[in-house]
Design a protein around this ligand. Structure first.
Ligand SMILES: Cc1cc2nc3c(=O)[nH]c(=O)nc-3n(C[C@H](O)[C@H](O)[C@H](O)COP(=O)(O)O)c2cc1C
Length: 190
C-alpha cells in the first residue's frame, strides 16, 4: 500500500508534526512505509490560474509539484496535516492544494478519474488550532474535501484538535496523540 503525507506546518516539531508522527508510527507498525512531504521546505509556486492545464490536465509550472503530482496519482492513502491559520489550512498546505487544479481539469473537464488500486483510495485530514472555534475545522475541512474529491479520494476522516497553541502542547492533550495513533492504524486497515 502506498501511503503519502503532507505536513503543512512551518513549525518544526510543532503540534501538527507531533500529531502526524503518531499516525505515521501506527501505519509503519502495520508494515507500511510513509513518504512525508514537508511543504514548508518545498518549492511550490502558488497556482497562477494561467489556464495551462485546462486542455491537458497537466500543470505547466516546473517545480516540486512535479513529484507530488506523481505521488498523488499513485497513492492509496493520503494524509493532509495542517495547523489552522486564520480559520483555514496553512498557506503551505493551500498552495499545494490549489496546484491540484490540474487534477480538477483532468477529472471534471477531461472526465478522467485517477484509477484506484486494489486498496481503494482514502484520505485523512489532521488539523490543529489554537483557538476553541469550530469554524477553523469547518473551513479547513471544506478545502480538504474539495482537494480529496478532486484527486479522486472519495472518503476522508477528519481529526481536529482545538485549543492547542504553544509549541508541543498537543502532548498535554488528554487524547490527541492516542487518537492520531488509532486513526493511523485504522487508515491502513481495509
Ligand atoms: C498565522 C497564524 C494564524 C493562526 N490562526 C488561527 C486560527 O484562525 N484559528 C486557530 O484556532 N488557531 C490559529 N492559530 C494558532 C495555531 O493554529 C496553533 O498555534 C497551532 O497549534 C499551530 O500548530 P503547529 O505547532 O503545528 O504549527 C494561528 C497561528 C498562526 C501562526
Amino acid at each position: 500500500m502506498k501511503v503519502i503525507s503532507f505536513l503543512g506546518s512551518p513549525r518544526v516539531d510543532g503540534n501538527t508534526e507531533l500529531l502526524l508522527n503518531e499516525a505515521i508510527r501506527a501505519i509503519q507498525e502495520q508494515g507500511h512505509e510513509v513518504q512525508t512531504y514537508k511543504l514548508n521546505l518545498m518549492r511550490i509556486k502558488p497556482c497562477q490560474d494561467c489556464g495551462g492545464c485546462d486542455k491537458t490536465g497537466v500543470c505547466i509550472i516546473n517545480d516540486d509539484m512535479t513529484e507530488i503530482y506523481r505521488e498523488i496519482r499513485e497513492a492509496d492513502r493520503i494524509i493532509l496535516a495542517s495547523p489552522i491559520f486564520f480559520f483555514g489550512m496553512s498557506a503551505q498546505a493551500k498552495a499545494m492544494v490549489d496546484r491540484c487544479q490540474s487534477f480538477w481539469c483532468e477529472k471534471y473537464l477531461l472526465k478522467k478519474t485517477i484509477p484506484e488500486g486494489s486498496y481503494g483510495r482514502k484520505g485523512l485530514l489532521m488539523l490543529v488550532g489554537g483557538m476553541k472555534k469550530d469554524i477553523g475545522i469547518e473551513c479547513g475541512d471544506a478545502t480538504a474535501k474539495a482537494f480529496f474529491r478532486t484527486v479522486s479520494v472519495p472518503t476522508h476522516e477528519v481529526l481536529g484538535f482545538l485549543g492547542v497553541d504553544a509549541k508541543g502542547a498537543i502532548a498535554d492533550h488528554p487524547t490527541a496523540l492516542k487518537d492520531a495513533y488509532e486513526a493511523g492504524k485504522r487508515f491502513v486497515q481495509q
